[in-house]
Write a protein that binds this ligand. Structure first.
Ligand SMILES: C[S@@+](CC[C@H](N)C(=O)[O-])C[C@H]1O[C@@H](n2cnc3c(N)ncnc32)[C@H](O)[C@@H]1O
Length: 309
């Protein structure tokens, strides 16, 4: 009850209510929020601090940037969502805030689009070498809907495509990537798809800043062929899995296309042709209660459960 009263007190102020409404519509930086509200940065920062302390907003750092979004943890999260739902979008102040927010989202989308266009030709060439993505995505949806996880982690999320496909199957989906440009594109894509249960964070797959046993499903889609230490990345992914959790790896079967190593930084090639996409799944044993460093999932060798030519 104390928590709830603190949250109610924190939000009972016009600027703070506006901030909650804005942060319900995406992850925003202080400077974006300052621009929308037309107030000084110290003032906005002070309001944000109060809202975070009351549990209504989450704050997270990404390199030198700090983002705010609606809290993901109850009871303040439920309260925040109810308050946002009760706010009238035709109210002149809220309406103007949302207009400015949309302008910022458009700018972000343009910046991300420019980056994407510059790299799209390369990606297109690679994608044309293998199976229709839709087949892989359908197989992934089947695997994840059967496993029925609550929390899903997508490592090396890139433009967030796997999150777009799988977030509707889960309660919470988090994507990690080391590229800020990719994350900008992912944010635009997730917002466009209206997936407010999915978010992305800057992070390194070799050293995830995530607790042990915090996800029911972990996906690594088309990332490991870039890895110089794939076993370390897999062990790190396994560490974050809950007992009974599922690890899904999607990558190319061994192949011999040398140009992929020269031109696209692929690290691991073996003989074989043409490019084949393989989906490997592994389960963490339900009985596992401790997660030592480098602990393993149930299968030591990868178990091939689905292969798409
Ligand atoms: C080919 S993209 C795949 C993106 C996405 N999984 C998909 O299939 O659409 C590989 C992604 O892995 C990310 N990546 C590479 N090394 C990483 C690392 N050490 N930690 C986190 N992400 C990494 C890259 O930034 C890139 O976005």
């Amino acid at each position: 009850m104390e928590h709830l009263l603190a949250a109610l007190r924190a939000v009972a102020e016009a600027t703070r209510l506006r901030l909650v409404v804005l942060c319900a519509r995406g992850e925003l930086t202080v400077s974006e929020l300052t621009h929308i509200l037309g107030q000084s940065q110290p003032r906005v920062s002070r309001h944000l601090k109060l809202l975070c302390e009351a549990g209504l907003l989450d704050r997270f750092r990404e390199g030198s940037w700090v983002f705010y979004r609606l809290s993901q943890s109850d009871p303040a999260s439920t309260l925040a969502r109810q308050l946002v739902a009760a706010c009238d979008e035709t109210d002149p102040t809220i309406g103007l805030d949302l207009q400015r927010l949309n302008a910022i989202k458009r700018q972000r989308a343009e910046a991300a689009g420019t980056y994407f266009r510059e790299n799209a030709a390369q990606w297109h060439r690679i994608r044309s070498l293998y199976v229709d993505e839709r087949e892989v995505e359908a197989a992934l949806v089947e695997i994840i809907s059967t496993a029925d996880p609550r929390d899903l982690l997508d490592i090396g999320t890139g433009t967030g495509r796997v999150l777009e496909v799988l977030a509707p199957q889960v309660q919470n989906a988090l994507g990690i990537d080391q590229s800020r440009e990719m994350l900008s594109i992912a944010r635009v894509n997730l917002e466009r798809a209206g997936l407010d249960n999915a978010s992305v964070r800057l992070g390194d797959m070799y050293q995830l800043a995530l607790p042990d046993a915090s996800f029911d499903a972990v996906v690594i889609h088309q990332v490991l062929h870039y890895a110089d230490r794939p076993a370390t990345a897999i062990a790190e992914a396994a560490r974050t899995l809950r007992p009974d959790g599922i690890l899904v790896l999607v990558d190319f079967a061994p192949h011999a296309l040398e140009f992929l190593r020269d031109e696209h930084a692929h690290r691991r090639l073996l003989p074989g042709y043409p490019l084949t996409v393989v989906i490997w799944t592994a389960h963490r044993p339900a009985a596992a209660s401790r997660f030592a460093q480098g602990s393993r999932v149930a299968t030591t060798g990868a178990l091939v459960t689905g292969e798409v030519h």
